[in-house]
Ligand binder design. Structure first.
Ligand SMILES: C[S@@+](CC[C@H](N)C(=O)[O-])C[C@H]1O[C@@H](n2cnc3c(N)ncnc32)[C@H](O)[C@@H]1O
Length: 381
């Protein structure tokens, strides 16, 4: 039910000034209006001079940070921000989360929830807040589980996601996590993206029905089942409730990563982040073909052949994505000390036609090595 905007913004103001505030984000724009900054973020910080409220605004070129006293100075700063025609406000306190989305008619759609999903627990020491995008002490993890290593991995993945997405997120933002397993990333991505003020819909796909049942129950416990749902099915064929803008795949086994990339291409997803897991497809093909001269040494020894197969697999994946209109970066999303599976293919759809040189390079590379990657077969079918 829409509510009067003044009333909703008064509620936001009260929460911003309350001592239990943990984080707030204003973003987006109202129909026909443009705020003077694309995004504003507020959080409490503890500095040598005491508790302050840190306001970070971004005008699209660079962030501007200031720390204000929680009293009159903060009230004046928040009044300025609340007067800006932002499209969304997302406010988290120790006890609740309030999301306000301003409708086309200028009313407010307000979503209020208990803090389980939303609040960032623990001290607000400046350093600690800086170290994590999603604090490992976040109560979210108490519900979804996951050990310290998994939390670090998820946080690193979210950082790569943050570096890929634009400052202003589309709203609604539709996300799929393919091969979601226990859905640590699914819930963490929802928590992070909703925290940036977008209206987020996430679906997790896994072939295992027991995972769907478990994850759905977790979503209900977290109070986010309306926005986070799960489907049991293969990455290739699972029926989704929407066409996603953002595709995530963290350690989907072997060619399940190729299935994820192929589906993302077919969906024309705007952003695709896939961290591959084991690589068997090209490794098996390399065993059965004659290595082109003079590269014999790279495949003669099992360990080198395996490592080279990993590199060739992900190079061909990147090349194929490029041929299908994506700009691709291959990066390490976390230090290899945390997981050896630390590569990430990070892609953004530009829709650009491939050049003749890119086509030839791909054709020559696969022909010389005598390989036909799983992803190419999937994209051709
Ligand atoms: C290594 S786990 C990773 C889980 C999760 N993404 C994470 O990082 O915590 C791989 C998951 O992918 C699922 N999976 C593998 N192949 C799949 C396929 N073709 N379709 C759907 N799910 C698949 C498995 O059931 C498993 O839960």
């Amino acid at each position: 039910m829409p509510e009067p905007l003044d009333q909703a913004l008064a509620e936001v103001r009260e929460l911003l000034l309350a001592p239990g505030l943990t984080r707030a984000v204003a973003a987006g724009r109202r129909r026909g209006h443009a705020p003077s900054v694309s995004r504003a973020q507020v959080r409490p910080v503890t500095l040598k001079s005491g508790r302050k409220l840190q306001i970070v605004t971004d005008d699209g070129s660079r962030p501007f940070t200031r720390n204000v006293d929680p009293g009159a100075e903060a009230a004046a700063a928040f009044d300025e921000l609340l007067a800006e025609p932002f499209g969304n406000w997302h406010v988290e306190t120790e006890t609740s989360t309030v999301q306000v989305r301003i409708t086309k008619k200028g009313d407010a759609q307000v979503h209020r929830a208990a803090a389980t999903v939303a609040a960032t627990a623990g001290p607000q020491a400046h350093d600690r807040a800086k170290q994590w995008l999603l604090d490992p002490g976040d109560p979210l993890f108490e519900v979804i589980g996951g050990n310290a290593a998994k939390r670090r991995q998820i946080d690193a993945f979210l950082r790569a996601l943050a570096a890929t997405l634009p400052d202003e997120l589309p709203s609604p933002l539709r996300v799929v996590d393919l091969g979601c397993g226990n859905a640590y990333l699914t819930f963490a991505a929802y928590r992070y993206l909703a925290g940036r003020g977008a209206q987020v819909q996430v679906v997790g796909v896994d072939v295992r029905e027991d995972q769907r049942v478990r994850n759905t129950a977790v979503a209900e416990r977290l109070g986010c089942a309306a926005d986070v749902s799960f489907v049991a099915g293969t990455i290739e064929e699972a029926a989704l409730p929407f066409t996603p803008d953002l595709v995530l795949a963290l350690h989907a086994c072997d060619t399940a990563t190729d299935q994820a990339l192929a589906r993302a291409v077919r969906w024309e997803a705007k952003w695709v982040l896939a961290a591959p897991c084991c690589h068997h497809d090209i490794a098996a093909q390399l065993k059965n073909v004659k290595t082109p001269f003079p590269y014999g040494e790279t495949t003669r020894h099992a360990i080198l052949r395996e490592r080279f197969a990993d590199v060739l697999t992900d190079s061909l994946r990147a090349a194929l994505l490029r041929l299908h209109g994506y700009r691709v970066d291959v990066v390490e999303f976390i230090d290899s000390a945390h997981t050896p599976r630390n590569l990430l293919l990070r892609s953004r759809r530009t829709g650009a036609e491939p050049t003749a040189e890119q086509r030839t390079e791909y054709a020559d590379l696969t022909a010389q090595w005598g390989v036909d990657p799983a992803l190419a077969k999937m994209l051709a079918s």
